[in-house]
Every structure is written in structure tokens, then in C-alpha cells.
Design a binder for this molecule. Structure first.
Ligand code: 5GP
Ligand code: ZN
Length: 114
């Protein structure tokens, strides 16, 4: 997608501070961290949101969770806990229309969100 900021990071057209990469998934540190650890886990395929996930994306979806789990383990967030968030649509607070999972941790997180 030509105007998608996350596709540009995936293609290397703009820089991103990478936490993990393989052929299907890229994880980058959020540019505006909301917690001591704040990583965005992106499918390399341009999918606008959860609402555009199809049955053909089942393995990719599983891989997003697997990546989150492995990053949480390697950063030792698993010991005290962490949060995975997928904002969806306007009321969900989604600001970038390329599916992404937030991995947040490193402090006690409040609930409910605002
Ligand atoms: P959303 O609000 O759509 O759930 O999350 C989008 C996230 O992308 C925000 O947390 C925002 O800080 C982050 N973000 C926006 N532009 C960039 C960028 O150019 N690089 C990185 N690493 N994160 C970005
Ligand atoms: Zn995109």
C-alpha cells in the first residue's frame, strides 16, 4: 500500500527500530512508547484491521501471537505480565490502517482503558 506508514517501514523506505523480523512479520519499537516496553507487531502483508482478516490468514494470525509470546519471554515480561492490544476502527482508537498488535509491559498497566 503506497501511503501506508507501516508498509513503508516494512519496505525499509522509512526507518523503524526493529525488535524482530522474519518473512511474514516485523516487530518495531513504537515511536511514542506508552510503557517501558512498547512494541508493534505487524504482518508484512497489508491487512487494514482485524475486520479484514480472512481464513487464509489463520497461520499469519497465529504467528503474530507467537511473536508476541517470544518477545515477551525474551524481554522477561512473562514474569510479571504484559498486555496485547489490537485497536480496531475509530472508536477502538486505531490510528494506522495496517493491522498491528501492541505489546505493552514493564510497568503495572491500568484498566479499563480511557
Ligand atoms: P494505533 O493507534 O493505530 O493502535 O497504533 C498506532 C501506533 O503506531 C501508535 O502507538 C503510534 O505511536 C505508532 N506509530 C505511528 N507512526 C509510527 C512510526 O513512524 N514508527 C513507529 N515505530 N511507530 C509509529
Ligand atoms: Zn500497510
Amino acid at each position: 500500500m503506497r501511503d501506508c506508514i507501516f508498509c513503508k517501514i516494512i519496505k525499509g523506505e522509512i526507518s523503524g527500530n526493529k525488535a524482530y523480523e522474519d518473512e511474514d512479520v516485523l516487530a518495531v519499537y513504537d515511536i511514542d512508547a506508552k510503557a517501558p516496553v512498547h512494541i508493534l507487531i505487524l504482518p508484512k502483508k497489508h491487512i487494514k484491521s482485524v475486520m479484514e482478516l480472512g481464513s487464509e490468514d489463520a497461520a499469519l494470525t497465529a504467528k503474530l501471537f507467537k511473536t508476541a509470546k517470544e518477545l515477551a519471554t525474551s524481554l522477561e515480561l512473562d514474569k510479571k505480565g504484559f498486555r496485547l492490544v489490537v485497536n480496531t476502527g475509530e472508536d477502538g482508537g486505531q490510528s494506522v490502517a495496517h493491522l498491528h498488535m501492541h505489546l505493552l509491559g514493564g510497568r503495572a498497566l491500568g484498566w479499563p482503558p480511557g
